[in-house]
Write a new protein. Structure first.
Length: 111
């Protein structure tokens, strides 16, 4: 090391050949930057609406609504219509909400 190096503004790291230091800390990566898509749950057909056999009435997790008359329960707790008719929501004495399909009377076409 020479005295002229220090007088000329050289740093100690430059004089001894060491590498320079980072001036900014490296940014870390976040582990929380994901999210899942919505499942599109909820009531699809409301009280008084007409449905045909196979129409989905409610998509749900668990049995918030229970199947009543003419309503089927899928393996994922989806309620669906078994016949053509109108939707009726009701609550029984046990506190459970039930969904039923009430068959509409068939109107005869007159000739």
């Amino acid at each position: 090391m020479q005295a002229s190096d220090v007088r000329n503004g050289a740093s100690i790291a430059q004089i001894f050949g060491a590498s320079s230091m980072a001036h900014k800390k490296a940014g870390g990566s976040s582990r929380n930057g994901r999210d899942s898509k919505g499942r599109r749950l909820g009531v699809k057909k409301f009280g008084g609406e007409s449905v045909v056999s196979g129409n989905i009435i409610v998509r749900q997790r668990g049995t918030t609504w229970h199947p009543g008359a003419n309503v089927g329960l899928g393996t994922d707790h989806t309620l669906f219509a078994l016949i053509e008719g109108k939707i009726k929501f009701s609550t029984k004495g046990n506190g459970r909400a039930y969904v039923s399909v009430i068959a509409e009377p068939q109107t005869q076409a007159t000739e």
